[in-house]
Design a protein around this ligand. Structure first.
Ligand SMILES: [Zn+2]
Ligand SMILES: [Zn+2]
Length: 826
């Protein structure tokens, strides 16, 4: 409803100033704080991802945050008490690498405390940049919830969850093969390994058969691992090798012999059909070693060099060793030939170095035993879009190993463990000791419970950073401090990028299932990746990269948000195209100008329900369409189909409302002396209702401009303090009128055709028509046209209209059986 004195909208449209103003006002109003005291409204909790501070709020982030901010705003207007927290997942390996690069230091060559300090400083700087990005996008986060995983208060939560899981039997220490990045010198999880196709060389080598003059030919891409060869395998049904079954082979360039084993997994068609098993060339080797109980010879050091087990190659890097051993093999006549091939290799997802497999003492979480429960829970979660759940289930099913949760890094949450110096007994921190750093504090016991010794050594490893962030659903809800945390747990929605389903969505699931025996989220909202305008992955090296500030500086957040919401279906990859942003910008200008126009036309309007009695054909038409629109937009937003909601809204606003309705009723509004005050009021009433409705429906996607227009035109002391806490419109079935829509469509089609004729004749749109004769095929059509006559006359500037219910000749109005003849005034 209109306030007493309606104000006019300014002509000038300074989007950046409008956005900045509202961002600061909203924060000042505390509009987006979760209200713990309010138990009347249902709550809605969003498991906002705490991003790695990368120092760049990039277009991918912009896409993510737009998605969940639309959802937050939509739910808030629907009467939910929305919990929209924001934290920062600080302990990334990427930060360590960046600190080393920026400061020219090596983490192993400086005191850990000092290195940690450098990491914290960099993180603070990066957080400030990203936070500005989130604010500039107009996100409705509750900043009173802000947290950083690098703060001891957060360590406390990670450490406590570890202690609880340890006591439940989910945590164990073991010597086990792990993915190892020799560049970062740390174990990494399966999820942090990217597999890529690379060119390689296949070496055909001769292995001498013991006590015979014969050789077996084997093909390998990793000859440097020969000193770690523990067996040679052939397929059990490969008749070529039956006679070698019980033989032993001499390992070239060593003094050892190894057995020939039969293994089903050997591909007889690859290379020579004979495979060298080394510890470890790849994950297949790990499985073969376990199956056949083979010995393990570790040949690589943690920085990727050959160790003493490599004999004369000790001290060389893998690559140097490969060259050296190939030269030796050639010299000894054991290298038959080489062949170029393409092979899949695993790369560290932080630094792109080839990943090795080492056998090391690490901490693990028993995740594989949870796989069935992960699958069951994933099937109960609502996925947007639905087919994404398969990604989580397939990933869980594909895992060969438990989750390795220890990292040989500095910048991470300390593992709250000590070992007895004398008997090596593990001492776990008590729940009330945390946060604690075992490197600087002793365990709070005087004696080892096993041997009585009083000397302890700390665990030096830290947790994988996913150990911090994979308890976010519980932490966001207030665990472990709030007694009320179950109120917000499980989270109503967990938003995730398609690329981190295998990490974030998965780790959250296993952690919470293990800790609380409950799935952490009820629904999962997936966003795709942002592509460059050329359809390729957006990247600086491909020169298709667009920085977020470029977009926000040029066209503002409300245009950028439209690009994100409208770019494609939820979960699909979305290309960034400037024309989409420009189109969005033009929509804002259109909305602004139309609203300004309406504000002028309504300057003398006082809300009056009597207007309902005199609604004209087009008034009923647009009101009915507006009701239909409300239903469609609500339905789309309920299903997180943001692009559909935006498309409906832009179509309606641009075409139905601005181009058709506004243009058609202008005349009625300007000339009450011709059409009568009542009919004018009917149009004013309609404009007032429809514009407010459109603003509210657009508000979740376009928060700033809608707020500015709403505050100027509609807000007064009696209305909500912001459009964003105003109630979401509901559809009024009574106002939906199919007949009125049909009739209006016909009237609009006639007006459009008359305008088209004027354009073709190079006449101005306001060219006067002395007489407009409209032939309709039947009586009912003629009646429909007659009822819309007021607006046809106004929009077409027709002084006289003759509607005839018989067929005639003239310009056709498709797809109707209607035609007209316009006689223009001289
Ligand atoms: Zn690495
Ligand atoms: Zn002891």
């Amino acid at each position: 409803m209109l306030p007493e004195n309606m104000r006019e909208l300014s002509k000038e449209f300074d989007i950046l100033a409008i956005e900045k103003k509202w961002q600061s006002r909203w924060e000042g109003m505390g509009l987006y704080h979760f209200n713990w005291k309010d138990r009347t409204r249902p709550s809605f909790s969003i498991d906002t991802p705490p991003p790695y501070p990368s120092g760049d709020f990039h277009m991918g982030n912009l896409l993510n945050w737009t998605y969940f901010d639309i959802l937050a705003r939509y739910k808030r207007m629907n009467g939910f008490n929305v919990h929209f927290p924001q934290g920062w997942d600080c302990h990334g390996l990427g930060i360590e690498i960046q600190v080393e690069k920026e400061n020219g230091v090596k983490k192993r060559e400086m005191p850990p405390d000092k290195f940690r300090q450098l990491c914290e400083n960099l993180v603070k700087k990066y957080i400030a940049i990203m936070k500005e990005g989130i604010i500039r996008l107009g996100c409705s986060n509750d900043w009173t919830t802000e947290y950083r995983t690098m703060d001891p208060d957060y360590w406390r939560r990670t450490q406590l969850s570890f202690i609880l899981l340890y006591k439940k039997g989910f945590m164990y220490q073991g010597t086990h093969p792990v993915n190892w990045c020799p560049r970062c010198e740390t174990a990494i999880a399966d999820a942090e390994v990217d597999y890529e196709q690379h060119d390689g060389t296949l070496h055909y080598l001769k292995f001498a058969i013991e006590n015979s003059g014969e050789y077996l030919r084997i093909a390998t891409t990793r000859p440097e691992l020969i000193p770690a060869c523990v067996a040679v395998a052939v397929h059990p049904e490969d008749t070529r090798f039956f006679k070698y079954k019980d033989k032993r082979l001499k390992v070239p360039e060593t003094k050892r012999t190894v057995p020939v084993i039969l293994d089903e997994t050997v591909d007889p068609s690859f290379g020579t059909g004979v495979v060298m098993i080394c510890t470890y060339g790849d994950k297949a080797d790990v499985k073969t070693v376990i199956r056949h109980k083979l010995p393990v010879i570790i040949i690589l050091t943690e920085n990727g060099r050959i160790n003493q087990n490599g004999g004369k190659y000790a001290g060389l890097t893998s690559l140097e060793a490969r060259k050296a051993i190939v030269a030796d093999l050639a010299k000894d006549g054991l290298l038959e030939k080489t062949e170029k091939i393409t092979q899949e290799i695993g790369l560290c997802d932080r630094c792109d170095s080839p990943v090795e497999i080492l056998e090391l003492r690490q901490w693990f979480m028993k995740t594989r035993e949870l796989t069935d429960r992960v699958e069951k829970a994933a099937n109960q979660v609502l996925w947007y879009p639905d087919y994404m759940k398969v990604r989580l289930i397939d990933w869980a099913r594909s895992l060969d190993w438990d989750w390795v949760i220890s990292r040989q890094r500095v910048f991470g949450t300390p593992i709250p463990i000590w070992y007895c110096k004398k008997c090596n007994e593990t001492v776990l921190a008590e729940e009330n000791w945390v946060p604690i750093d075992p490197k600087t504090e002793k365990p709070r016991i005087t004696k080892c419970p096993k041997c009585g010794s009083s000397e302890f050594v700390p665990e030096l490893d830290v947790f994988d950073t996913w150990m911090d962030s994979s308890i976010s659903c519980a932490v966001h809800a207030g665990w472990p401090d709030s007694k009320d945390w179950r109120r917000l747990f499980p989270a109503d929605v967990h938003p995730s990028g398609i690329d981190i389903i295998r990490t974030w969505a998965y780790y959250l699931m296993v952690r919470h299932l293990a800790l609380f025996d409950e799935a952490p989220y009820k629904s999962c909202l997936i966003n795709g990746m942002v592509l460059g305008a050329d359809g390729r992955k957006m990247s600086k090296s491909l020169k298709n990269y667009v920085a977020t500030p470029q977009v926000l500086d040029k066209r503002g957040a409300d245009a950028a948000r439209q690009w994100a919401a409208g770019g494609g279906t939820t979960g699909s990859d979305i290309p960034f195209r400037w024309p989409d942003v420009e189109h969005s910008w033009r929509f804002l200008v259109k909305l602004w100008n139309a609203s300004g126009f309406v504000s002028k036309l309504l300057a003398d309007y006082n809300a009056d329900d009597k207007a309902k009695q005199v609604l004209q054909a087009l008034d009923k038409w647009v009101l009915s369409k507006c009701e239909r629109l409300t239903g469609k937009v609500t339905d789309a937003l309920e299903k997180c189909q943001f692009n559909l909601a935006l498309e409906e809204l832009r179509n309606f606003t641009w075409h139905t409302f601005c181009d058709c309705y506004l243009e058609a009723v202008k005349d009625r509004l300007y000339n009450p002396e011709v059409y009568g005050q009542e009919k004018r009021k009917a149009a004013q009433y309609t404009l007032c209702i429809v514009l407010e409705r459109v603003l509210k429906l657009l508000a979740p996607i376009i928060p700033h401009v809608t707020e500015e227009i709403f505050q100027t035109l509609y807000a007064d002391e009696k209305s909500p303090q912001s459009i964003h806490v105003s109630p979401w419109p509901t559809t009024d079935e009574k106002l939906m009128d199919e007949e009125a829509e049909k009739q209006g469509d016909l009237v609009v089609a006639i007006i459009a055709e008359v305008r088209r004729e004027k354009a073709e004749k190079h006449m101005p749109l306001n060219a006067k028509i002395a007489k407009l004769t409209i032939h309709s095929g039947e009586k009912t059509t003629a009646e429909m046209i007659t009822q819309g006559q007021v607006d046809i006359a106004g929009a077409c500037k027709a002084a006289n209209i003759h509607v005839l219910s018989e067929k005639g000749k003239g310009r056709e109005v498709k797809p109707y059986d209607v035609c007209f003849i316009a006689e223009y005034s001289q």
